[in-house]
Design a protein around this ligand. Structure first.
Ligand code: PHE
Ligand code: FE
Length: 288
């Protein structure tokens, strides 16, 4: 849900990909700001208010620190306004897309420090839950951490790694890592007054229900991130996760994913996939 085609969906992606010839070959388009209605802006405002109130004690410090950089919360922001600040902070920019886009264009944008953001917003009936990414998920969930220099570098490296995975036929494996880190990752904050388990994944941070569930519920299992283990693990796109993988810091995530994955992909070919709720003897269980 940055805008990758996640899971195997039978439905065509939602969004207007023809849009008066404005969608370019790289799938980017102008943000259709004039199309937003007063109700759309109100949906954004209410989503933002509910979600930001939930963050203390549940979201990681880096996310809470960066959130104000998104700007106004009273209406859907203009991507150009965000870009003035974002480009100065980390050299990233947000680009509008009509919805989910294919893997290669998605990876190419990330590798060039461009983050695709869906420009339409969910209907009021979808206030609590939407399967595919909309502008609220993409902006509120993903964009704050692009202001964090280490996370920003990680996202670019992921994009470049995605292009390599595509050449090696390993996109499904790599997308599981994306799912369990960038979308649904948890972090163990080690020091300071805010010590404890926190969320940094965009799919958690943009969902009121899953944010509380992921960090506080006794139900899901939480396992220290292990690349091979994570890339073997299937995931559910339409329910809360049964397993979350936990990192200690963005620097750890960056360092862990820096080595060439080619040998890992080769190893994965001979290892069986794991169910979303599997638990292995070697798993490092993390207690809340
Ligand atoms: N280091 C990985 C490779 O060589 C690329 C990657 C970077 C993957 C960051 C995920 C995150 O394939
Ligand atoms: Fe996403």
């Amino acid at each position: 849900m940055g805008a990758t085609s996640y899971g195997s969906s039978d439905r065509p992606p939602r969004g207007d990909y023809a849009r008066a010839g404005q969608v370019k070959a790289d799938y980017t388009c102008p943000q259709d700001y004039a199309a937003y209605t007063a109700a759309d802006h109100d949906t954004y405002r209410r989503l933002y208010a509910r979600q930001s109130a939930l963050l203390p004690g549940l979201a990681c410090d880096e996310f809470i620190a960066a959130l104000p950089s998104l700007g106004q919360s009273s209406q859907i922001p203009r991507f150009d306004d965000i870009n003035e600040r974002l480009h100065k902070a980390t050299g990233w920019e947000v680009v509008a897309v009509p919805g989910l886009i294919p893997e290669v264009p998605f990876f190419t944008l990330l590798a060039n420090r461009k983050f695709p953001v869906t420009d339409w917003i969910r209907t009021p009936a979808e206030f609590d839950y939407i399967v595919e990414p909309d502008v609220f998920h993409d902006l509120f969930g993903h964009v704050p951490l692009l202001f964090n220099p280490v996370f920003a570098d990680h996202m670019q490296a992921y994009g470049a790694g995605g292009l390599k995975a595509h050449r090696l036929g390993a996109c499904e494996q790599l997308s599981r890592l994306y799912w369990y880190t960038i979308e649904f990752g948890l972090m163990r904050q080690a020091s300071g007054p805010n010590q404890g388990l926190r969320a940094y994944g965009a799919g958690i941070l943009s969902s009121s229900g899953e944010l509380v569930h992921a960090v506080t519920s006794p139900e899901p299992q939480r396992i220290g991130l292990d690349l091979l283990r994570t890339m073997r693990t299937r995931y559910k796109i339409d329910s809360y996760q049964q397993t979350y993988f936990v990192i200690d810091s963005f620097q750890q995530l960056f360092d862990m994913t820096a080595p060439d994955f080619t040998p890992l992909y080769a190893q994965l070919k001979s290892l069986p996939e794991l169910a979303a709720d599997a638990l292995l003897p070697g798993d490092r269980l993390i207690q809340r």
